[in-house]
Design a binder for this molecule. Structure first.
Ligand code: C2O
Ligand code: CU
Length: 458
């Protein structure tokens, strides 16, 4: 499966694959992993917290000693982290100071369609747009990123991504690690040229692994439990994460919130756009010890244990139960397929490229549906795809009739679908009306057409 190709169409010169280039030398473990800044409201109203963020070009240090031109939310390579609360409305005014259109999608957010960052709802250069987030959903780790039509892959690769964490007062009772022991980590890849420039080429060339925007950093920890909110912020990659010595990754949550019970994982498979909320217990280590986090393609980051600390946090055996969903009344099929027979390859869902003027599925609000997602791309060694649905989280029912994978549990909004495989998901469209997209979350694919649209009607 890991051999499955990251195919993109040939470039203008007709070549496949990377062009020769001089790349930056990227030393490992030479910088500390930063935490993205926390967004601060510019106004606290009785009914909402109001924020302002500028979408702007910036020059940031990714590789030590080099400045990299990026596109940014607020000036940093990883945008500011929103820390919001269930039940508390948030309004964000985004100004677009770029020379091109951009927009903001709150990935995993239950938001009205006007605030969803539909690919056609872009913010033109010099303009602004106000996004209104009701935050009616339970606590979880969301993220926000550009979703502008055809340009989302380049823009997100260039830095238009950040965390949006919903804290839930109803979850305080679990006693999970919090405060400075609750750490968001965005893992992504990059190809960096010798002058520090970020190079957008075929996904296979992105060999530098970044954690919160720095290459293979170290992160100082105390010998106690931590909650890490892991996000695969790549536009096109699978990570299989492991801790050195098989230290367990205790998964407590997935895309849409806490799991019913924690799961001890040795390996975590996480594809573009997915989140995994994990607890790692460093209490068996002493100051001076180091623990690597590896992907199958290389080391992502190193945890340096630097001190002992008291730890009153817990991981209870029982977390947040999942309510039953009603019986499904509608079933649908979604098929990913690349047409390689035409000179310009076609990236298709149900045999069609994305057309914003077309509604692919009409859904009744309140309906519960079962969708079968199939990846039909088995030729050339197979092509990987991922499936992401806007607005609602779903449950994975099965994969080719077999039980879901351990990483499928809980409320999901993004899953990996290997070549030739199918997954069945069940989803209830509980609120909001209007148009939302679903697509392959390899944004290099969605930007070329592998996307479709549903309309929710009363
Ligand atoms: Cu994370 Cu439609 O996107
Ligand atoms: Cu795809």
């Amino acid at each position: 499966l890991t051999g499955a190709a990251a195919l993109l169409p040939p470039g203008r010169d007709g070549r496949h694959g990377p062009r020769p280039r001089r790349l930056a030398h990227v030393p490992a473990f030479s910088v500390e992993m930063p935490l993205p800044p926390v967004a601060r409201p510019v106004q606290v109203r009785p009914d909402a917290d109001v924020y302002q963020v500028r979408i702007k070009p910036a020059r940031v240090e990714i590789v030590p000693g080099l400045l990299t031109p990026v596109l940014s939310f607020g000036g940093g390579f990883v945008g500011p982290t929103f820390q919001v609360r269930t039940g508390r409305r948030v309004i964000v005014k985004y100004h677009n100071d770029l020379d091109r259109a951009a927009n903001v999608h709150l990935h995993g957010g239950h938001v009205p369609s006007v605030s969803d960052g539909h690919p056609m709802d872009v913010i033109d250069p010099g303009r602004f747009r106000v996004y209104d987030y009701p935050n009616t959903q339970q606590g979880t780790t969301l993220w926000y990123h550009d979703h502008s039509h055809h340009t989302e892959a380049r823009n997100v690769y260039a830095g238009l991504h950040g965390f949006y964490v919903i804290e839930d007062p109803a979850e305080a009772k679990y006693g999970l690690p919090r405060g400075r022991y609750d750490v968001p980590i965005m893992i992504r890849d990059a190809l960096i040229g010798q002058d520090g420039e970020l190079i957008y080429d075929v996904p296979d060339t992105r060999t530098t692994l970044l954690a919160n925007g720095r290459p293979q950093p170290y992160f100082r920890v105390a010998a106690r439990k931590y909650r890490f909110r892991l996000l695969n912020g790549t536009t096109h990659r699978l990570f299989r994460l492991r801790l050195e010595g098989d230290l367990p990754l205790i998964q407590i949550g997935s895309d849409g919130g806490l799991l019913p019970a924690p799961q001890r994982m040795r390996e975590l498979l996480i594809s573009s756009g997915e989140r995994a909320d994990v607890v790692v217990d460093f209490s068996r280590f002493k100051p001076g010890d180091q623990v690597m986090m590896h992907d199958t393609s290389g080391t992502v980051l190193r945890f340096d244990v630097v001190r002992r600390a008291r730890d009153h946090s817990r991981v209870p055996d029982v977390l947040r139960p999942l309510p039953d969903l009603p019986e499904a009344t509608v079933t649908r099929d979604v098929v990913f397929n690349l047409d390689l027979t035409t000179p310009k390859w076609r990236y298709l869902m149900n045999e069609q490229e994305f057309d914003p003027a077309r509604v692919d599925f009409q859904v009744r609000r309140g309906a519960t549906e079962i969708w079968r997602i199939h990846n039909a791309d088995v030729e050339r060694g197979g092509i990987n795809h991922t499936f992401h649905l806007h607005l609602e989280q779903f449950r994975v029912l099965d994969r080719d009739g077999e039980p879901p994978w351990p990483t499928d549990l809980g409320r999901k909004d993004t899953i990996y679908v290997p070549p030739g495989a199918s997954a069945r998901i069940k989803v209830r469209f509980t609120e909001h009306l209007g148009r939302y997209v679903y697509h392959c979350h390899f944004l290099d694919h969605s930007s070329l057409g592998m996307m479709a649209q549903l309309q929710i009607v009363p």
